[in-house]
Design a protein around this ligand. Structure first.
Ligand SMILES: Cc1ncc(COP(=O)(O)O)c(C=O)c1O
Length: 477
């Protein structure tokens, strides 16, 4: 055996990387990160849940080998003394789907998930969406990022086309690009994805020119979308569904904000019916997540779809995550049980969470009206969620049309950074388009995504003031 020369050898790691790694595209939203570090920056840039909405603020774990229980602190609770009194434990009764039990939860489970959580999810889907066909099943995932990744792996090959919204979630666009999937953006209007534009794209599809067949699937964020903040009304959903049926396109319904929609009468305001609730054919793959209603760190969600397709999606997870996290399932199902299962979840907890975000949404809208000159921005009709999609009136900007709209947008972004206010520009979300836009039209496609989920009230107001100052200077008004 030759001895090892202790002098280190320089390794060229690049030759070990797969084509997938070498070609990996990162979400452009990550480009905002350096700006967070600037002292005094107010951020409306990231759309993440407010920690006060997390339903658990402390945990004790009984650890036999250490001979004690240990406390895990949470938001607003730093000591075991902050723990709420332990409720008496009762074994689940027959027919009750929630029976978290670490003895089972910490074992490997089926990739689909543990039976009791799957039982609860099935009942939840029947109660809330009532899919009008019978062969649907559920698969637990580690959230919607994991769910969409699994769908792309199960259904798409390199070079395939996929339909997305004209402005789409970068967490979808980046992995799609990495997988070699070609995205085509479908134009949006005030009601979301436009069915006539969708039909046009599919009807005029030229396989020769495009170098491939029509897209297999449309991925859409139907409620309080990211970035556009739009909720697609049910009639519009029917039209989209019928176009997809005509061209044999699957609908992937990525719906993490489903329960954050504004509901003026709380639990008495019904949620807008989902694509799954209209799905007579089994063409909808619905992707749900606990991230926005429990906590993103739960990394737990589920897919609902036709059993044939869900089985193939399950196969992609079997060799990746193997099965969902048992700790996470135990915690989430214990919380659901504490709330009173479906009744407590639907009638009390969900309206409470959507109320918190709805108030923030309406407050941000008011502050923008107060502090930002009306000739510089067009405000949207709010529908809830975490984002306001605010159009910059580039057509009124003194440098337009002499200067390119995207260039003006970049300068406006820098002016806002100069005022220490951060938001996400629309260029981060732009999907490739089949349309060619005139300069006038491009000028009307420049937005900023303003997230209202996290900043405290005083930062919301100060941030809007700063935005107003930056835009007033830019627009010279
Ligand atoms: C449209 C959309 N899909 C998916 C996700 C990711 O969700 P999850 O935390 O369930 O992976 C987000 C945001 O975080 C999102 O906005």
């Amino acid at each position: 055996m030759p001895s090892i020369n202790p002098a280190p050898v320089q390794i060229d790691f690049s030759k070990y990387f797969s084509q997938e790694t070498t070609g990996r595209k990162r979400s452009q939203l990550k480009e905002l990160r350096p700006y967070f570090e600037i002292p005094g920056m107010i951020s409306f840039g990231v759309g993440i849940p407010h920690p006060s909405t997390w339903p658990v603020n402390g945990m004790t774990l009984s650890v036999p080998f250490a001979g004690k229980s240990v406390f895990v602190p949470g938001h607003g609770s730093r000591s075991p003394n902050d723990m709420l009194p332990l409720a008496p434990y009762s074994d689940p009764v027959k027919g009750d789907h929630l029976f978290p039990d670490l003895a089972g939860e910490l074992q490997y489970s089926a990739t689909y998930g543990t039976p009791h959580l799957l039982g609860w999810i099935k009942e939840h889907i029947e109660r809330v969406h009532a899919p009008p066909y019978s062969d649907w099943v559920n698969l637990c995932t580690a959230g919607n990022t994991d769910g969409t990744d699994a769908v792309m792996r199960a259904c798409f090959d390199r070079g395939d086309y996929m339909l997305v919204e004209e402005f789409a979630y970068p967490g979808l666009l980046s992995p799609a690009a990495t997988f070699g999937i070609k995205c085509i953006g479908v134009p949006l209007d005030a009601e979301g994805l436009n069915p006539d534009a969708l039909d046009d794209i599919l009807a005029n599809w030229d396989e020769q020119e495009k170098g491939g067949p029509r897209p297999k699937a449309l991925v859409v964020v139907p409620t309080c979308s990211n970035p556009a903040g739009v909720t697609i009304p049910v009639q519009r959903k029917r039209e989209i569904y019928s176009v997809c049926r005509k061209w044999e396109v699957l609908i992937v319904e990525d719906d993490p904000y489903c329960f954050l929609q504004i509901r003026p009468n709380g639990a008495d305001s019904p949620i807008v019916p989902t694509f799954l609730s209209l799905d007579t054919d089994g063409r909808v793959i619905r992707i749900d997540s606990f991230s926005k209603i429990v906590a993103p760190g739960s990394r737990l969600g589920w897919i609902t779809g036709h059993k044939t397709i869900v089985e193939k999606i399950m196969n992609t997870r079997e060799s990746a995550t193997q099965c969902p996290s048992g700790f996470s399932i135990a915690a989430v199902t214990a919380v659901l049980r504490a709330w009173g299962s479906h009744e407590g979840f639907e009638k009390k907890y969900i309206p409470h969470i959507s109320d918190i975000y709805s108030k923030r949404c309406l407050q941000m809208l008011d502050l923008l009206k107060q502090h930002v000159p009306a000739q510089t921005i067009e405000l949207p009709q709010p529908s809830g969620g975490m984002f306001l999609w605010v159009r910059l009136k580039i057509e009124n900007h003194p440098s337009f049309p002499a200067e390119d709209p995207e260039e003006i947008s970049k300068r406006v972004f820098q002016s806002m950074i100069g005022e220490k206010i951060l938001m996400a520009p629309s260029e981060f979300f732009k999907a490739p388009s089949v349309n060619t836009w005139s300069t006038e039209e491009e000028a009307r496609r420049i937005y900023v995504r303003i997230s209202f989920s996290l900043p405290p009230a005083d930062e919301m107001e100060e941030g809007c003031r700063r935005m107003g100052r930056a835009l007033a200077r830019e627009w010279k008004c």
